[in-house]
Design a protein around this ligand. Structure first.
Ligand code: ZN
Length: 120
């Protein structure tokens, strides 16, 4: 981590902490918005209610999963900053480009590995 400017790392850490708060807030909103969590609506047998619940519930699940994933990667990134392993590519172990980390602080792979693994 010697090639990581302390200021940059602090900046990224602050950014991640802000993001973490935002994600947690949204996650709460999504969970509260889910009509499947409301017993009155679920028990109702009105025509069309089921599909409304299913659709909205489905959206909440997808969004909730995305937010949970984001929460996990933020947590992992913050843990790495603490451990001093932040910014290392999970695949090749090389230093991830600082510009990439600034654009995507939760990046776990360098540009080359990311292209190799996901850039299809
Ligand atoms: Zn790599």
């Amino acid at each position: 981590m010697s090639n990581f400017p302390k200021k940059t790392l602090e900046f990224i850490q602050k950014h991640l902490l802000r993001q973490q708060k935002e994600v947690e807030k949204n996650l709460k909103l999504v969970t509260e918005d889910d009509p499947a969590k409301s017993p009155a609506l679920v028990e109702s047998s009105e025509p069309g209610t089921d599909s409304y619940i299913a659709e909205t519930h489905g959206k909440s699940i997808v969004l909730g999963k995305k937010l949970t994933d984001a929460k996990t990667s933020i947590k992992v990134a913050l843990q790495k900053i603490k451990n001093g392993t932040y910014g290392k590519c999970e695949n090749c172990g090389k230093q991830i480009e600082i510009g990439r980390l600034l654009a995507m602080p939760t990046a776990q792979y360098c540009v080359a590995c990311s292209k190799k693994n996901f850039g299809k």
